[in-house]
Write a protein of this length. Structure first.
Length: 343
């Protein structure tokens, strides 16, 4: 059924389809009984799926990655798809338009997406307004970033402002310094600026009545020496974990032609082509750190087997995004059933 829906949707501009689908789901779930139908179709309820990670109990370990619900406007509806957790954002202090359109592209032959969205979102105040309407029990994470016009030397101020304001409304935080679509953002993955940002957030976090988990989202393009630095930074700052990984800037082993890629231009690649690279990063972090912190695995999960591979590599939880678009909400149920079959 979803393949028929996807065929129709894939005939149109990806960004327009995203917002059309969000509206359609919202309208559909208003019909009597529809929420129950969706839950029965997509949700797997089994206590064996429950998992406690960084002090939070998840009903199941399958989450939705940041970028899908940038403005925290869809999470209540998406909770009926059976996710164990949903990450909103990336949220910046001030709303911004992001990069010029078109900025979202499908590579159908590769089951992939290239995006150069550029942290487009309506800003902190809008996200809080929407989070105040939360009526679901699903765990909600807040992915935070800096505004494009904020220089890197002042980046910590943006992260602190968003962290403080969102604190009452989300269950955990993700520091995003790994998007390739904001100029010079990835430079913040270097040890000195990253230590400054994470240490500043931890200082604030640790004086709260009840601290909340902080994770770092990293790029899949880091070499082993850079990953060693990440491990050291996580251990020194005592943040709770790492999300591995964001999109890649590499364009190797694709079915898309050089001409197609040239026409698309710059952006982060997600989907099946990043699967193995993300798994390698997870495995390296888990082994080299002796599993001293939590890892959320994301990248190229389009099947239950892809998910199991991430868990076996060392992921405690997983997230899907591009796989959700290509395979539909049924993927969540398939993954959870496969997890149960492994037990």
């Amino acid at each position: 059924m979803y393949k028929i829906v996807r065929f129709f949707l894939f005939q149109f501009d990806p960004e327009k389809v995203h917002y059309f689908t969000a509206k359609a789901i919202n309208v559909m779930l208003k019909f009597p009984g529809m929420k129950w139908i969706w839950k029965s179709m997509y949700r797997v309820s089994d206590t064996r799926l429950e998992k406690e990670v960084f002090g939070i109990k998840f009903k199941n370990p399958v989450g939705l990655a940041a970028g899908f619900d940038k403005n925290a406007s869809m999470f209540n509806d998406l909770s009926h798809c059976g996710f164990g957790f949903i990450e909103i954002g990336t949220v910046t202090p001030v709303g911004q338009d992001g990069n010029p359109k078109p900025r979202l592209f499908r590579l159908k032959k590769d089951s992939a997406i290239i995006n150069r969205m550029g942290f487009n979102n309506k800003g902190l105040e809008n996200a809080i307004k929407n989070l105040k309407k939360r009526n679901c029990a699903t765990v909600i994470g807040g992915n935070i970033g800096k505004n494009k016009i904020t220089p890197n030397q002042s980046a910590a101020d943006d992260y602190i402002a968003t962290f403080e304001a969102l604190f009452p409304y989300v269950d955990y935080f993700v520091v995003n310094v790994s998007s390739p679509n904001t100029p010079n953002l990835r430079a913040l993955q270097e040890k000195k600026p990253l230590m400054k940002i994470l240490s500043s957030l931890q200082e604030i976090n640790n004086v709260k009545d009840k601290r909340k988990p902080i994770l770092l989202k990293i790029a899949p393009d880091l070499n082993n020496n850079e990953l060693d630095d990440i491990i050291e930074i996580v251990q020194e700052t005592k943040i709770d974990g790492v999300i591995a990984s964001n999109t890649t800037i590499e364009r190797t082993n694709l079915n898309a032609t050089e001409k197609e890629l040239e026409n698309i231009g710059a952006g982060g690649l997600s989907g099946k082509p990043v699967r193995d690279k993300a798994t390698e990063v997870i495995s390296y972090l888990a082994e080299k750190s002796n599993k001293s912190f939590a890892i959320i695995g994301v990248g190229g999960i389009h099947s239950a087997q892809d998910a199991i591979e991430k868990f076996k590599a060392g992921a405690d939880l997983i997230q899907i995004y591009t796989g959700f678009i290509y395979e539909g909400p049924g993927l969540i149920k398939k993954i959870n059933k496969a997890i149960l079959a492994e037990k």
